[in-house]
Design a protein around this ligand. Structure first.
Ligand code: ADP
Ligand code: MG
Length: 460
């Protein structure tokens, strides 16, 4: 219901009185941004931007009473609302009246949105993220996007294998962003989380809230896009979300275990958009950085770690940061059991030995398709793209079959899924490859040796 002239006069009067009676800063902060939405019966609805303002406004009943007696000759009941305490229905009603308000005046009025839950973990920050050559470019980019989001690097696409800090970085970006832009709308979500959210929304017929939630963000942090489901509806929704956000200059950050060009689960039109901004690669930290990371984490154990011990651990574990942390935990655990306050190399040695023997079978769980492809390509001195490419040269075809066989054998991935990973080949091609290598393993020495070597490398 549009505001009547008397309502507008009432609100002007409230503002005049507030200006006269309150310090300027207080007026600017609390009263000026408040909006009169409607006066229905004897209830006036006032919209404010946060609950903090609500308490303040309620304490100003004198102002409101004076103004309402002057204008209406009667007392109005004040209903002060912030978007946080509205129901969906109220918000809808509110947005309708805001629209009509906007039509009758020149002011731009933002719709009232339900606050979003950011899903950010406080423990992942830039303070506890160690810089090194392997992530320097990515860190520089994150600085830029938290300072001037949506501008230069949009989207920022970060890729690198598991355990190298991608998830940590996304949370750190979100936390930093909220510090710099406190009222902004930020969501961290894994690709699977996005898909689940979408599926639930469409099943419960709540697509409105889904769209409202994801298309009004200032920052979307989407983790592990390689796990995006290949269901049409979901992919299309993500495409629309991406476009809507990009168009309005919202910042998007994506992570994946592989570069955009190798994302077979997503269609070309989407993948090409990923390269509009900046793509950065995080790699395995070098020895010095591994030491720095260990020192950083060792400080929190309450134990004393001499440099030799740190450098021993850094020399032993060269795969990824998650494993580095795992090793440090194991060392800490053993040192505390043995009641040592200083951790000697011998303790670290023992702890890592334990870890190795108990891990030799679970280690496989860190394997993934990309690692297997990389290892096979390296082993046969081929560019990794050739494995997924169309070339049928004997050497390449053979290496491709080996890679398919290893993925099937070590990861148990389904035949169609493997086919997808190799340039969308048919599952019968994969089945054939697995059979060829299985047969050769029975008789051919060279194949036996290759598979042995490769497995050893992959499981090391
Ligand atoms: P990813 O998402 O790439 O698989 P995570 O972000 O989950 O990796 O990182 C794995 C673990 O390693 C986390 O506990 C994270 O805090 C830690 N980590 C990774 N990189 C760094 C770094 N550069 N400095 C400090 N900790 C790191
Ligand atoms: Mg992760």
């Amino acid at each position: 219901m549009p505001l009547k002239d008397s309502d507008k006069r009432f609100w002007t009067r409230v503002n005049e009185l507030a200006k006269e009676n309150l310090p300027k800063a207080t007026y600017d902060y609390f009263i000026a941004p408040a909006k009169l939405i409607s006066v229905i019966g004897n209830e006036a609805k006032i919209l404010i931007s946060s609950d903090m303002h609500k308490d303040f406004l309620k304490r100003q009943s004198d102002l409101f009473n004076t103004a309402s007696l002057e204008i209406y000759g009667d007392l109005l009941k004040m209903k002060v609302l912030s978007s946080a305490d509205m129901t969906d229905a109220e918000r809808k009603e509110m947005n309708k009246s805001l629209e009509s308000l906007a039509e009758s005046s020149d002011t731009v009025i933002e719709p009232v949105l339900k606050p979003v839950k950011s899903n950010l973990l406080k423990k992942y920050t830039f303070d506890n993220f160690v810089a090194g050559d392997q992530n320097r470019m990515t860190l520089a980019a994150t600085q830029t996007i938290t300072d001037s989001p949506g501008d230069l690097y949009n989207p920022l696409f970060i890729f690198g294998s598991s355990g190298l800090g991608k998830t940590h970085l996304l949370h750190a970006i979100g936390n930093e962003f909220l510090k710099k832009h406190p009222r902004s709308r930020v969501i961290y979500v894994s690709s699977e989380g996005f898909v689940t959210d979408y599926v639930n929304a469409s099943r419960k017929k709540q697509m409105d809230s889904f769209v409202e939630k994801y298309r009004n963000l200032d920052l979307l942090l989407l983790d592990d896009v390689q796990f995006f489901s290949d269901k049409e509806g979901t992919k299309n929704e993500f495409f629309q979300t991406f476009n809507a956000l990009h168009e309005k200059g919202a910042q998007i950050v994506l992570t994946s275990d592989r570069p955009p060009s190798e994302l077979n689960n997503l269609e070309e039109r989407l993948v090409s958009r990923f390269s509009w901004g900046l793509t950065t690669n995080i790699t395995i930290p070098d020895f010095e950085t591994r030491m720095a990371i260990l020192m950083n984490k060792a400080e929190k154990t309450g134990l004393k770690f001499p440099d030799e011990t740190i450098s021993y651990i850094a020399g032993q574990i060269n795969s990824n940061v998650r494993e580095l942390e795992g090793a440090l935990n194991q060392v800490e655990f053993l040192a505390k059991m043995e009641k040592n306050s200083t951790v000697e190399i011998s303790t670290a040695e023992k702890a890592i030995e334990n870890l190795r023997s108990s891990n030799s079978h679970t280690r496989k769980s860190n394997l993934n398709i990309t690692k297997i492809k990389d290892e096979v390509a390296k082993y046969y001195h081929l560019p990794v793209a050739d494995l997924s490419g169309p070339k049928r040269v004997k050497e390449i075809a053979y290496a491709r079959q080996v890679a398919m066989f290893l993925i099937r054998d070590l990861l148990g991935t389904s035949l169609p899924a493997i086919g997808q990973e190799f340039g969308k080949r048919d599952h019968t091609t994969v089945m054939y490859a697995v059979r060829v290598i299985t047969d050769k393993l029975k008789s051919d020495n060279e194949t036996q040796r290759d598979i042995d070597n490769l497995k050893r490398k992959l499981e090391a």
